[in-house]
Design a protein around this ligand. Structure first.
Ligand code: SF4
Length: 114
């Protein structure tokens, strides 16, 4: 049995999660979103990735607009390596589309004027 804290909302329910012959049992969640989160955490955990990308003499903060498989985080970060952006960059601009074929993009979380 594993204890997983739900991070979907600030309530932070602590759930007991157990894999019983391939069937995930979840207890302690106050809503169905927690059970959904626990099943993903047990079967294919994903994470939002944040990083910085070079631009001129500075950097632009970026993050994925969805979760990337936890075991592909370093591969996803490698996609940004050596990338140098051209100003202007506006918050929300897509920096790398469809990272590793995941359907998730790296987007700018800050702006860099011309
Ligand atoms: S289980 Fe529901 S109420 Fe509890 S932390 Fe997750 S989203 Fe919030």
């Amino acid at each position: 049995m594993a204890k997983i804290t739900c991070i979907v909302c600030p309530t932070g329910c602590v759930m007991n999660v157990e894999d019983i012959d391939g069937r995930i049992s979840v207890d302690g969640n106050k809503c169905p979103n927690g059970a959904e989160y626990a099943v993903v955490e047990m079967t294919a955990p994903k994470r939002v990735i944040t990083s910085l990308v070079k631009i001129g003499h500075g950097v632009v903060p970026v993050k994925t607009n969805g979760g990337i498989d936890k075991n592909k985080i370093f591969d996803a970060l490698a996609v940004l390596k050596g990338l140098v952006l051209t100003a202007p960059i506006i918050t929300g601009d897509v920096i790398v589309k469809n990272v590793l074929g995941s359907g998730v993009d790296f987007v700018a979380t800050g702006s860099f004027p011309e």
